[in-house]
Design a protein around this ligand. Sequence first.
Ligand SMILES: [Zn+2]
Length: 210
Amino acid sequence: MKVTDTVHLVDGTKGSYSYLVLGQEPILVDTSMTRNFNNIMDSLSKLGMKPSDIAHIVLTHQDVDHIGNAKELKALSGATLWAPSAEIPYIHGERRGKGARRLISMLMKVDRPQIDRSFDAGDKIGGLEVIPAPGHTPGHVCLRINDVLLAGDLVTTRDGRLRPAPSFLTWDKIALQKSIRDVGSLTFDWVCPAHGDPVRRASLWDSLLQ
Ligand SMILES: [Zn+2]
C-alpha cells in the first residue's frame, strides 16, 4: 500500500508491518514475521522489484516480529543489513531480553541474522535519518524520510488514534515517554508504525503526551 510516492507499506505484513522506501537505493525497514516471507516476495514483485533491487535492510530494534525474515532476505537480496548498535547483541542472541520479551522470543523462534553494519543517532542510511527513540527496547530507533516517520514500536495505532507501545513490552517507561516527547518535537506528517495502520499526524501526537 502506497503511503507516499517514496514510502510503501509492504502488503501482507499485517501483525508487524514492513515498509519499503523507494529511491536510488531502495530500503526495506523491518522484516516482519517469518510466516509473512512469501507475502513480502509477492509485494516486491507487484511493485516490479526483485529482492536484489533492495540495497539496504534496516531494523528498528531486536524484536522477533521485526527480524523474522532478515536472515533470508539478506541472503536473497545481497542487501546490507543494518541495526542500531545497542540492539545488535540481542539480535545476535548474545544477550536476551527480559520478562514477556524473553517469553515471546522463546515461543517465536527465528533464524537470527548477522548484522553487517551498525548505526547511531544522527547517521543516515540512503535517505533515511536515524532518530533514537529508546524505551520499548534500549536501542530502539525511528527513521524519518521527507515527511514520513517510520515509527517502529515507539507508538501503535488503532482506529485512527495513536497510542504508546504496549507497556508489557516496555523496557523503560520513562525513556519511552521521553522519546515520545522528543520525536514529537520533530517535523513530519505521516506516522507509519509496525502495529496498526499509518495515520496522518495532525494533532494526534498531543494525545500521547497526556
Ligand atoms: Zn517491538
